[in-house]
Write a protein that binds this ligand. Structure first.
Ligand SMILES: Cc1ncc(COP(=O)(O)O)c(C=O)c1O
Length: 424
C-alpha cells in the first residue's frame, strides 16, 4: 500500500514537473497551406474548389501517378537483387550524377571537370536546408549572415534560413501595378546589396507569382551578380513544369554556370515526377575546381551525417531508373508535357472566360503570361477571403491560385465567382 502511494505521488510530481518545463512554449500558428487544405476537406459544399495546394491534379481533380513512375515501380518490385541496406551518406550515386546532369546539362564543363558536389536530400526542402546550413558554416560573409529573398517567395524559405541563423532580407520582385516582374527594382537590389551577398533565385516557375525573368533579363541579372560577386542560391522545384521542357526550364541555371558564377542548386522531384511523399531531391554545389569540390563535398557529407545520417532509397531508385534509361526518360518527358500542357490549357481557358465571355473588368493577360503551377491573380486579400468564405473556393490570402486545381468541370464556376468579387 505504502509503495503504491509512493508511486502515485512520484507519478503526479513528474507530470507537474513536465507541465512546468514546457509552460513557456508558445502555441505556434498552424501552417496556412495545410490549414487551407483541412478547411477544404471539411467543407461539404458540392462545388468546392481547392486552389491552395501546390500539387498536380488531373482533370478529375485526382492526384496523378505518372505512368512512367508506375513502370519504374514495377521494375523495382520485381528486382530480386534489391535490399534495404543504408545508402551512402551523400545518397545513391546513380541518382545524384544523373540529377546533376539533368539540371546543369550533361555537356556542361562543370560536370565534365568533376567540380559539382551532389548530395541526395529530403526533396527540395531538404536541399534548401542543407544548402543553407552549409552556407551558415562556410560562406565568407561580408558582414552579418543574410540571404536576399524575392518579395514574395515560397513562405518556407524564411523559416529555413532563420533556422540556421541566416537573416532573410527581401529584394524587389513583384510589381502589383503590372502584376509582373519589377525588373528595375530587382536590378537595383542586386546593385545596392553589399558585394558577395547571397541571393536566392527561383530557377523557373516562380512560387508564388508564376512570374519569371525572360532570358534577356536573366542575362542582365547575371551580369550584375558577376560584377558584385554575389552568390546565387538557385531553388529549382519545378523543372519541366514551367514550359513542359526540361532543358528550357534549366536555362537560367545553365547560363549562370556557363558564366562561371559561383552557385548552388536545390532540386526537387516532387512536382515533375509526382513523387511528393517520397521526398526525392538533391543539392548541387558548383565549385571552381575539382580539389575545392572535394573539400566542399567532405563537409557536406559531415553535415548530412549529423542531420539524417543517409537519405532514403526508394524514391531515389525510382528517379535513377527513369533518368538513366533512355526509354523511360522519353516517357517521363511525355508525362511532364501532359501535366504542363493541362496547366497551360487551363490558363488559356481562364483567360478566355474572363476576357471574352464574362468581360471581367481589368487586364487578365498575366494569367497567360505567368508560368508554372501558380498564378498570382492580382486580387486583394478581402476578395480572396470572399472567395473562400462565400464561394467555397480555397486560395491563399495573397491571391495565389494553383492552376492545377482548375479543370474542365470547375473552371467556369471559378471564373464566374472571380468575376463576381472583382465587380464588387
Ligand atoms: C519554391 C519551392 N522550393 C522548394 C519547394 C520544396 O518542395 P519539396 O520539399 O516538396 O520538394 C517548393 C514546394 O512547394 C517550392 O515551391
Amino acid at each position: 500500500m505504502a509503495t503504491r502511494l509512493k508511486q502515485l505521488i512520484s507519478h503526479f510530481s513528474e507530470n507537474e514537473m513536465s507541465a512546468e518545463l514546457w509552460q513557456n512554449v508558445p502555441l505556434a500558428p498552424p501552417d496556412s497551406i495545410f490549414q487551407l487544405t483541412a478547411a477544404y476537406k471539411a467543407d461539404t459544399f458540392k462545388n468546392k474548389v481547392n486552389l491552395g495546394v501546390g500539387a498536380y491534379r488531373d482533370n478529375d481533380n485526382k492526384p496523378w501517378v505518372l505512368p512512367v513512375v508506375k513502370k519504374a515501380t514495377s521494375i523495382l518490385l520485381n528486382d530480386e537483387a534489391l535490399d534495404h541496406e543504408y545508402l551512402p551518406i551523400l545518397g545513391l550515386k546513380d541518382f545524384t550524377s544523373a540529377a546533376a546532369k539533368l539540371i546543369i546539362g550533361s555537356d556542361s564543363p562543370a560536370i565534365k571537370e568533376d567540380r559539382v558536389v551532389s548530395a541526395q536530400t529530403i526533396s527540395g526542402t531538404g536541399a534548401n536546408h542543407l544548402g543553407a546550413l552549409f552556407l551558415s558554416k562556410f560562406y565568407k560573409w561580408n558582414g552579418p549572415a543574410k540571404v536576399y529573398l524575392s518579395n514574395p517567395t515560397w513562405a518556407n524559405h524564411h523559416a529555413i534560413f532563420k533556422n540556421v541563423g541566416i537573416e532573410p532580407v527581401d529584394y524587389a520582385y513583384y510589381d502589383p501595378k503590372t502584376i509582373g516582374l519589377d525588373f528595375n527594382g530587382f536590378i537595383e537590389a542586386l546593385k545596392n546589396a553589399p558585394d558577395r551577398s547571397v541571393f536566392l533565385l527561383h530557377a523557373c516557375a516562380h512560387n508564388p507569382t508564376g512570374i519569371d525573368p525572360t532570358q534577356e533579363q536573366w542575362k542582365a541579372i547575371a551580369e550584375v551578380i558577376g560584377a558584385k560577386k554575389h552568390y546565387s542560391f538557385f531553388d529549382c522545384a519545378y523543372q519541366g513544369f514551367a514550359s513542359g521542357d526540361l532543358d528550357k526550364d534549366a536555362w537560367a541555371v545553365r547560363y549562370f554556370v556557363e558564366q562561371g558564377l559561383p552557385l548552388l542548386v536545390c532540386q526537387s522531384f516532387a512536382k515533375n515526377a509526382g513523387l511528393y511523399g517520397e521526398r526525392v531531391g538533391a543539392l548541387h554545389i558548383v565549385s571552381s575546381d575539382r580539389e575545392t569540390a572535394n573539400r566542399v563535398g567532405s563537409q557536406v557529407s559531415v553535415l548530412q551525417r549529423s542531420e539524417i545520417s543517409n537519405p532514403p532509397s526508394h524514391g531515389a531508385r525510382l528517379v535513377s531508373l527513369i533518368l538513366n534509361d533512355a526509354g523511360l526518360f522519353e516517357e517521363w518527358k511525355r508525362d511532364i508535357q501532359t501535366m504542363a500542357g493541362r496547366i497551360i490549357d487551363m490558363r488559356k481557358e481562364l483567360h478566355r472566360l474572363l476576357t471574352e465571355e464574362l468581360r471581367t473588368p481589368g487586364n487578365w493577360d498575366h494569367i497567360v503570361n505567368q508560368i508554372g503551377m501558380f498564378s498570382f491573380t492580382g486580387i486583394q486579400p478581402e476578395q480572396s477571403k470572399a472567395l473562400v468564405e462565400k464561394s467555397h473556393i480555397y486560395l491563399t490570402g495573397n491571391g495565389r491560385i494553383s492552376m492545377a486545381g482548375l479543370n474542365s468541370h470547375n473552371i467556369r464556376y471559378f471564373a464566374g465567382e472571380l468575376d463576381g468579387v472583382v465587380r464588387k
